[in-house]
Design a protein around this ligand. Structure first.
Ligand code: CA
Length: 368
């Protein structure tokens, strides 16, 4: 038995990936489930099972290639890398791996102890996905799955799928996502940690105005760099999975803070009441100035849901927020280029800081 190196066929047939097709192995018969899963996972392969108790090999025809392999994973890898390969048979005692240029039906398979037979099938990568040299699909724009057949539930799922490595500058663009509860796809901006960015602001000559009415805060507003994502989106996501709220402050002296609160959720989608757990990082340097936020309804100047009967907090603060009566921070307030607090309510501020951040953001991070 001669061990043949697959490198020549791998290098050549890797370019067959331009056809945007994916070769995947269909399980026909009798494969140890753990190893089969590993093989499937390593190539992001779909699996179609038959009788798991049956051992069989293809009929007595000449194989395309006969090699040794350490495992069915190894054997199937050779087939995936070889665009002409349609099926494999593997003997797990002898470590013998046979590649065939044709595929087999279950009733063609000859009962033979020790043999596992896999059949290849060619399918398209969906939704703009492209076949990689290893046979798996590289997905784009928020699609995930073996054949890019569905949208990611959130940024973390997209990141863990290996999706981000191909698009590179992921923090510069929006992707599509579909959380469990949402009837439609939702545009999300993901940061490099796999968080969803729900608010992002920095001072510039074309700063986005955050003094907005109710419908804007529900639907979202702004551009790709400075924006409020929208309460309805936030409601869909935070009721589909558990998230923490991470705030980001970048002060004018280049100090950065990342306070993190556990369990952020909007409990209803009429006034978008916030539920927020305690901080889970040391807040001694900043002070906890969101401690009044949990349990509050969202307010804008044209929809006063705050807890003051005499004041319109959103109008005084020039911002939409979960005001009590009113708040010790104003993340959606007016930004300035001086970085110096004027001690007025409508400016961006965090109680206890005598300077104004030059950039802020709010992120949803996967929680427990
Ligand atoms: Ca009021």
């Amino acid at each position: 038995m001669t061990r043949q190196k697959p490198s020549a066929s791998l290098n050549f047939f890797g370019f067959v990936g331009l056809t945007h097709t994916l070769t995947y192995l269909l399980l026909v018969l009798n494969t140890p489930s753990t190893e089969a899963s590993a093989a499937l996972e390593s190539h992001l392969l779909a699996r179609v099972g038959a009788d798991p108790q049956r051992s069989c090999k293809p009929p007595d025809v000449t194989e395309r290639t006969k090699i040794s392999a350490r495992s069915v994973t190894d054997c199937s890898s050779q087939c995936v890398a070889d665009a002409g390969c349609q099926s494999v048979a593997f003997h797990d005692v002898d470590g013998l791996c046979l590649l065939y240029d044709q595929s087999w039906d279950e009733d063609q398979c000859v009962d033979t102890a020790g043999w596992q037979t896999w059949v290849t099938k060619t399918v398209e990568c969906e939704n703009g996905g492209q076949r990689k040299p290893d046979g798996s699909c590289q997905c784009f724009n928020g699609y995930v799955g073996d054949t890019c057949q569905r949208l990611m539930e959130d940024c973390m799922e997209g990141m863990e799928s290996g999706h981000y490595t191909a698009i590179g500058t992921n923090d510069q663009k929006f992707l599509l996502s579909k959380p469990r509860l949402s009837p439609r796809e939702i545009r999300v901006k993901c940061n490099t940690k796999g968080d969803i960015v729900l608010q992002q602001r920095y001072f510039s000559s074309s700063v986005v105005n955050f003094t907005r009415g109710w419908q804007d805060y529900v639907d979202g507003f702004g551009n790709n760099a400075q924006f409020w994502w929208g309460l309805q989106n936030l409601w869909y996501f935070t009721n589909s999975k558990s998230y923490d709220l991470v705030l980001y402050f970048h002060l004018i002296n280049d100090t950065r803070y990342h306070p993190r609160y556990s369990g952020f959720r909007l409990t209803e989608n009429v006034t978008y009441t916030a539920s927020l757990g305690p901080p889970i990082v040391d807040m001694s340097a900043l002070g906890d100035h969101l401690k009044d936020m949990s349990g509050q309804r969202f307010s804008t100047y044209d929809n006063d849901n705050d807890n003051s009967t005499t004041r319109n907090c959103a109008m005084e603060y020039g911002a939409g927020w979960w005001f009590n009566a009113c708040a010790e921070a104003n993340f959606n307030g007016r930004m300035s280029d001086t970085g110096v607090r004027e001690n007025v309510l409508d400016e961006m501020f965090w109680e206890g800081l005598d300077i104004i951040p030059k950039a802020v953001a709010m992120w949803l991070r996967n929680g427990n």
